[in-house]
Design a protein around this ligand. Structure first.
Ligand SMILES: Cc1cc2nc3c(=O)[nH]c(=O)nc-3n(C[C@H](O)[C@H](O)[C@H](O)COP(=O)(O)O)c2cc1C
Length: 360
């Protein structure tokens, strides 16, 4: 007898939950079942066909008669549990044709809409708003898409030169702003609040990404941390900059300390769960963040700025900075831009590399 390799166990006092993450089944075990399972994990050959608990385990595929083939994963257990656990989600009913799809889709939308819409922001922002100048595309008139694509690159060598509030306005409007140029969508199954459209696609039209500015050196804006309001193209000042340099918030990547401007991109997990009640939607949070980030990098490049990005956030510190501790809005990514020599690495790293080369 064999223990199914795709199980994990959750402690939920007084019971244990055994979760088969491949088959998407869960079983709640009391102390008798938990104790027996612990014995069988210790020695699967102890299986006793006369023990009703053992038979139940076998019927539930917690035990298997043959060794299970497992996917060659080559990564850690947690990533495996998440990836496989959000794969091959059983659908109650897969639509057979377009008419059935339409009926089921509308039914799902109506179910979603019958529950309260998530709030616009998870935490209220200061009421004082700073209106940004309207987005101006003049700075990018002569830049082609192809040119922007080939010019975008990651730079790790910035200087203290500021960028302008007009550039910040363009970056924010084109990355996260609700576009005035695109009419508000009145789609079946979408409440009014979800009719806004951005330059990036958005899972379910939910616009789950939010943006928080790290302003260090922007002409026309006080240094500080700001929340962006995509509906009004405006900012709220949340707090002054922390004493610690930016690199401290980004897992010690101190080469980034001179960066004049950056954007923390967060995701509203409560909105995703509201429409998509399955952990598979967690994948979409990162996909959407990637779309948003790429637009930021492209716009910054088109504006003639150097760009940088990271997912290596010092999570707790960043959440505290943005005022998002213990909320379902989680910071996922950071993108920034400014002026510099465009080098891939900072001069301190290059000096080390060169000294190694000459020393050897
Ligand atoms: C998801 C993601 C995370 C990244 N994280 C970092 C990072 O933490 N630090 C960094 O310096 N660059 C980071 N980068 C930038 C990559 O190192 C860079 O894109 C790669 O070396 C290719 O270079 P290029 O962007 O100039 O084409 C990240 C890029 C992506 C897409």
């Amino acid at each position: 007898m064999h223990i199914n390799p795709c199980l994990f166990i959750l402690a939920r006092s007084p019971n244990q939950i055994v979760w088969n993450y491949e088959q998407h089944t869960q079983f709640e075990l009391d102390i008798n079942y938990s104790t027996r399972l612990a014995q069988l994990i210790d020695d699967p050959s102890d299986f006793d066909a006369c023990n009703p608990i053992d038979i139940e385990f076998l019927n539930a595929s917690i035990l298997t008669a043959e060794p299970q083939k497992t996917l060659e994963w080559r990564w850690d257990e947690l990533s495996r549990i998440f990836h496989i656990g959000t794969k091959n989600i059983p659908c109650e009913s897969v639509p057979k044709d377009i008419n059935e799809w339409a009926i089921l889709y509308l039914q799902h939308c109506n179910e979603v809409l019958s529950s309260p819409t998530p709030p616009t922001r998870v935490k209220s922002c200061p009421v004082d708003r700073i209106a940004l100048p309207p987005c101006s595309l003049v700075d990018m008139e002569d830049v082609s898409l192809g040119q922007t694509l080939v010019s975008r690159s990651t730079s790790r060598s910035f200087n203290e030169q500021p960028i302008s509030i007009e550039q910040v306005s363009t970056l924010l409007y084109l990355t996260l702003g609700y576009l005035n140029e695109r009419p508000f969508i009145h789609e079946t199954g979408h409440p009014e609040a979800l009719g806004a459209r951005r330059s990036s696609p958005s899972g379910g039209g939910l616009n789950t990404c939010e943006g928080y500015l790290y302003v260090r050196h922007v002409c026309g804006l006080e240094p500080g941390v700001y929340a962006y309001h995509p509906d009004a193209h405006a900012l709220s000042l949340l707090r002054p900059l922390p004493d610690a340099p930016l690199g401290q918030l980004l897992s010690g990547q101190h080469f980034i300390n001179p960066l004049p401007f950056g954007l923390f991109v967060t995701s509203r997990f409560d909105k995703l769960w509201w429409k998509y009640e399955h952990s598979r939607a967690y994948r979409m949070a990162f996909v959407e963040t990637g779309h948003v980030s790429q637009v930021f990098l492209m716009v910054a490049t088109a504006l003639g700025l150097n760009t940088w990005l990271t997912g290596a956030l010092s999570d707790r510190q960043v959440e505290r900075l943005l005022g998002l501790e213990d909320t379902p809005e989680q910071p996922l990514f950071f993108v920034g831009c400014g002026h510099g020599d465009g080098q891939v690495h900072c001069k301190e790293l290059m000096a080390l590399v060169n000294s190694q080369d000459t020393g050897s």
